[in-house]
Design a protein. Structure first.
Length: 374
């Protein structure tokens, strides 16, 4: 089976997720995998950049986005020709973006069925771009299959009328019932070699809160939880990410032992940031699943997360994860337990390539009924 994985974002988790999927498919016997990314993707500038067989010029800014849509007929025709030349059996959108309807039209013209992986069924406060969910819903309606990484997202898509509940993947789908539903999971994200185990440095517990600095990330919960713990000589906290300044960030800055770094973290820094940490805290108020959690698993870090959305599904069985209710009191209790003198468990080394290969194998089997030559 010839599979194309595409994701046209320039920064963030989307391109890395697509690259991981492509490698997972490439490891399967009888499967040929290709990758389509934005020619301006940050990941393609890294020393270990993935091989991108189908680079696509995207846009920068609102004007560039409008221009791409103005040129849509020409872009679709050109893309369809490039797609036909690859003799694809199926295409998979790794994470939806603003220009994916152009790719959907090109795939239809080339006679290639496609699936889309839906990471979030609803916009988070302050997240995304205008019309994001409207464009995603239009893409889902055109797709032959929809992949979700948690039952939480599948349930939300069903509630929105985009997929039929109980729509299985054992046979070719009835398109009148909506696209085929495939449930998968988020594999661990590796950023460089696995770092030394937590606390190997012998000093204070290093707690990292990493990701976009947006309201739904729960920085207010973290600030209140740390205030409840009080000053701790055995704890140092870094909050790192990019977003608008806010009262919760100001509250965190006022706490002893806490630093806030409001900045974009390039791909090349992520491995050092994870290696610095002993534990990741994910104090989310809502979440479908967490790429930061996936990175923490790959790095063998402890995790303290709130039990919201799909977090229980993702982290409930992880030996290094502690789940708290989305309240400051429950979060403080979980953090206090992490600081207890009793030794915490250590996870076995994470087989990251094997995890991606397993996810790709499951997707390949479930996508086979709609593939061109399956």
């Amino acid at each position: 089976m010839r599979v194309l994985v595409w994701q046209w974002g320039r920064r963030g988790a989307g391109p890395r997720f697509a690259a991981g999927l492509k490698l997972g498919f490439a490891d399967l016997a009888g499967t040929e995998a290709a990758l389509s990314m934005s020619a301006g993707a940050e990941l393609l500038r890294e020393p270990d950049a993935p091989c991108c067989e189908l680079p696509v010029r995207t846009y920068e800014g609102l004007g560039g986005f409008a221009l791409q849509w103005a040129l849509a007929p020409r872009r679709i025709a050109s893309l369809a020709a490039r797609l036909r030349a690859r003799h694809l059996d199926i295409a998979l959108c790794a994470m939806a973006g603003p220009l994916d309807l152009l790719m959907a039209a090109a795939l239809r013209r080339a006679g290639v069925p496609f699936a889309v992986i839906v990471h979030d069924a609803d916009s988070h406060p302050g997240d995304g771009f205008p019309l994001q969910m409207r464009l995603q819903r239009a893409l889902v309606r055109r797709a032959d299959a929809v992949v979700t990484l948690s039952a939480h997202v599948a349930d939300r898509l069903a509630a929105q009328g985009l997929i039929a509940t109980g729509h299985g993947a054992a046979r070719a789908p009835d398109r009148s019932a909506g696209p085929l539903l495939i449930r998968s999971r988020l594999p661990p994200f590796a950023f460089g070699p696995t770092p030394p185990p937590p606390r190997a440095h012998g000093g204070k517990l290093r707690l990292l809160c990493f990701g976009r600095l947006l309201p739904y990330k729960g920085h207010d919960l973290l600030a209140e939880a740390l205030a409840r713990l009080g000053p701790r000589a055995d704890l140092v906290v870094r909050v790192v990410g990019f977003g608008p300044e806010s009262p919760p960030l100001a509250a965190l800055r006022r706490l002893p032992g806490v630093t806030v770094e409001n900045r974009w973290v390039p791909e090349g820094e992520l491995s050092d940031l994870l290696a610095w940490s002993d534990a990741l805290v994910l104090p989310y108020r809502e979440a479908s699943q967490s790429g930061v959690g996936a990175a923490a698993i790959a790095a063998g870090r402890w995790i303290v997360a709130t039990r919201v959305g799909g977090m229980q599904e993702q982290l409930g069985a992880e030996p290094l994860a502690r789940l708290a209710e989305p309240t400051a009191a429950s979060l403080a209790e979980a953090l206090d337990a992490l600081l207890a003198p009793a030794p915490a468990p250590r996870a076995a080394p994470c087989d990251v390539p094997g995890a991606w290969r397993m996810v790709a194998a499951d997707l390949a089997a479930r996508l086979a009924p709609i593939a061109v030559r399956a």
